[in-house]
Structure formats: C-alpha cells, structure tokens
Design a protein around this ligand. Structure first.
Ligand SMILES: [Zn+2]
Length: 146
C-alpha cells in the first residue's frame, strides 16, 4: 500500500448555509482542477450526514462566542457525543448552551454535509470567489493539514 500523503495542505470550501445547492453544482465551471493540477487532487462531497471539517490537531482553539472563555475541552467532549449521534450542542463554561457551530473556532472549522476539497491548490482567483458568492452565499474556505 503506498504511503498516504499526510502533510499536504488542503483547502476545504463549504457552503454558507444549509439547503444550498450541491457541491457538484457549485463546483461546475469552477475549473478547480486547474487550481490543483490534477483531477485526483479535487474532491467534491455531497452527503446527507454532516461532518466536522477542521484541523483538530495541535493549535486548535475553541472559545465561547459570548464571553471568549476557552472551551476546548467541553467542545471536544460534545463533538465526540455529536459524532456518536448526540445533539450538535454543548454546555459552555459561560453557563449557556451553544450550537457547536456557533463556537469561536480558530483556525476556522465548519460543520457541513457538502464541500469541495482542493489539495495543494493555487490561490483562488477573483472569478472563483464571484462564482462561489453566487452559488454558495456566505461560503468559507478552511485550511486543513493532514
Ligand atoms: Zn458560552
């Protein structure tokens, strides 16, 4: 089995809201393959199940969106519970209940069932941004390693 590339830079583009058009539709005409060089470096995912997309390795910070208090540990626990079928929410150190997606995550992360993943891409050009603004309003791109 060939070694898996584990230190490649990946850019994951996610829609801004639930109910957006599919990643395959959003991807059409984006010419993402040209950004990466080869088709195998582009992955387009449309699923029914949400995934947590982010870098969970060292340097991942979670803060309460209201008070700014660190909340990495309760977030990690709640994330695990959510992955096991629990609600996508947590009891925050501030005393409130937050949607996990509402937490202040640094570097940015997202919950999504659809995304476009680009491996070692060239910089997105303004036309890519314009297309994505039309198709996935509020889209974000996350940088993930590994
Ligand atoms: Zn809080």
């Amino acid at each position: 089995m060939p070694p898996r590339a584990t230190h490649r830079l990946r850019v994951v583009i996610v829609p801004g809201r639930v109910g957006s058009i599919s990643a395959h539709e959003a991807f059409e005409g984006l010419d993402a393959i040209a950004l990466c060089g080869q088709a195998e470096d582009v992955r387009v995912h449309d699923g029914d199940r949400e995934f947590f997309l982010g870098n969970e390795q060292g340097g991942f910070h979670v803060r309460c969106p209201v008070t700014g208090e660190p909340a990495a540990r309760p977030f990690a626990h709640a994330l695990q519970t959510w992955r096991e079928g629990g609600p996508r929410e947590m009891d925050c150190p501030c005393g409130a209940h937050h949607d996990l997606a509402a937490m202040d995550l640094q570097p940015p992360a997202a919950f999504s069932a659809r995304w476009i993943e680009l491996c070692e891409p060239a910089e997105l050009e303004p036309r890519h941004g314009t297309l994505l603004d039309e198709r996935w309003p509020g889209w974000t791109s996350l940088v993930v390693r590994g």
